[in-house]
Design a protein around this ligand. Structure first.
Ligand SMILES: Cc1cc2nc3c(=O)[nH]c(=O)nc-3n(C[C@H](O)[C@H](O)[C@H](O)COP(=O)(O)OP(=O)(O)OC[C@H]3O[C@@H](n4cnc5c(N)ncnc54)[C@H](O)[C@@H]3O)c2cc1C
Length: 392
């Protein structure tokens, strides 16, 4: 019996596990190491923030999927690789041996280099911590709206890529609804978006960024473009107006701009955990695993990597869930090939993809290359239909 180990229940692994359940591999013992039992589907995450979806509608239940694939589920966090001995080092469990390994653990926003960011800002990933902070804010508003009544609620979002823009729009919509429901003025909700470049939506054509630029201005979101955040601090208590309120945070930008916020969400460019590079795997300058067209590590062909954590040397793509999803089936096929002694096949991802980006208010914008359409409610219905079909 050979051991095939999957680390992380990301988008590609979710699809591969389903296919492994439908087409079990003979003489292979399968193990899934995951630090969560419910893994989020990125396409519906902003919709969850916007109040359109329940938790269960936008999370994949890994326990069920692992059972279907006849995989042993290890609820733990991988923290290292012992490559000479072909073992995964976990935080709680004894090392787990593998013959073939596949890694789909996503990425996290880079924030360690900014003083105060780790302590006082809330990163968009890991998603469970992010949702805990968001749900806490929503619950406080629902249970005691009077605590928010006489002052603006100011949220800072650092990072004007697709994730940051979508969060700004959906958070604003949801918070305005909650303020209204609590008998408060929705005008008290202030969203401040900070972005290092002048053009929003890095990685998308300028025309798409301009479309969202206009939309954010129409929606009254405060745009701080060409602003590099250099430090986050808490405001000193002598300045803070109310001792009973949680401490406010202050954002310092390189230009000298400062903004005081109640909460700061961090959605900047992604990086990889350091243990991958430390293990001896070949990685790029941000720590992502370098893979060839067959999704195999260029340094260790028994190791596959997909999704955000992988950088395909011949076909680099933005870190987006859509690409992780597309890699699911070829990953399964190549795991099947390698376990039966055959050569894995190359996979060529498409160059352009259709992006359907929610704007809150049950509307979405469609972007294809440099063309875009919307925002409109039928595009939202279309996006909703695609996402629900995927989850089903
Ligand atoms: C706010 C926001 C909105 C976004 N919206 C979209 C969108 O609409 N469309 C889109 O295409 N992309 C979107 N993205 C990007 C998208 O979230 C990622 O590109 C996508 O999730 C990557 O998928 P993945 O399979 O690589 O990993 P993930 O979906 O991040 O899954 C990784 C899994 O591995 C687990 N894990 C992590 N580390 C370990 C470990 N050490 N040990 C064990 N398990 C581990 C995690 O808990 C998680 O379950 C958004 C991102 C953000 C921040």
């Amino acid at each position: 019996m050979k051991n095939m180990v999957l680390i992380g229940g990301g988008h590609s692994h979710a699809i591969a596990l389903r296919l492994l359940g439908l087409h079990p591999l003979p003489n292979v013992a399968l193990t899934l190491i995951t630090d969560v039992l419910d893994t989020p589907y990125s396409g519906m995450l902003p919709g969850y923030i916007g109040g359109f979806y329940a938790f269960s509608e936008c999370h994949i239940q890994l326990r069920h999927l692992a059972r279907f694939a006849q995989a042993r589920l290890v609820l733990d966090r991988a923290i290292g690789l012992d490559l000479p001995n072909k073992q995964v080092i976990c935080r709680e469990h004894a090392p787990i041996a593998f013959d073939w390994l596949s890694i789909d653990i996503g990425s996290t926003p880079a924030m360690a280099a900014i003083p105060g960011a780790v302590e006082y800002a809330i990163p968009a990933k890991p998603v469970p911590q992010f949702l805990a902070a968001w749900n806490h804010l929503v619950a406080s508003l629902q249970s005691a709206p009077e605590n928010f009544g006489d002052r603006p609620l100011r949220l800072g979002i650092v990072g004007g890529g697709a994730g940051g823009v979508e969060l700004a729009l959906t958070m604003q919509t949801r918070l305005r609804q909650l303020f209204k429901a609590g008998g408060l003025s929705p005008a008290l909700v202030e969203i401040h978006l900070f972005h290092r470049q002048f053009n929003l939506m890095t990685g998308y054509p300028t025309s798409v960024g301009k479309c969202f630029h206009q939309l954010l201005i129409q929606r009254g979101i405060h745009l701080h473009l060409s602003e590099t955040v250099r430090q986050i601090a808490v405001i000193s208590e002598s300045i803070s107006d109310r001792d009973s309120q949680p401490l406010k945070k202050i954002i310092y930008c390189e230009s000298g701009l400062t903004e005081i916020c109640d909460d700061i969400f961090w959605v900047t460019h992604a990086i990889a955990p350091s243990w991958l590079q430390a293990s001896g795997l070949a990685t790029d300058d941000r720590g992502f695993i370098l893979v060839n067209d067959t999704l195999q590590s260029i340094s260790h062909p028994d190791i596959f990597a997909t999704g955000d954590i992988a950088t395909a040397i011949h076909h680099p793509r933005p870190k987006a869930g859509v690409f992780a999803v597309r890699q699911g089936k070829p990953l399964f096929e190549n795991l099947r090939s390698i376990s039966s002694g055959q050569s894995p096949c190359p996979f060529h991802p498409q160059k352009r993809h259709l992006a359907l980006i929610g704007t809150g208010e049950a509307r979405a914008v469609a972007a294809w290359g440099r063309y875009w359409l919307g925002p409109s409610s039928w595009l939202w219905f279309w996006k909703d239909w695609i996402d629900r079909r995927f989850m089903a």
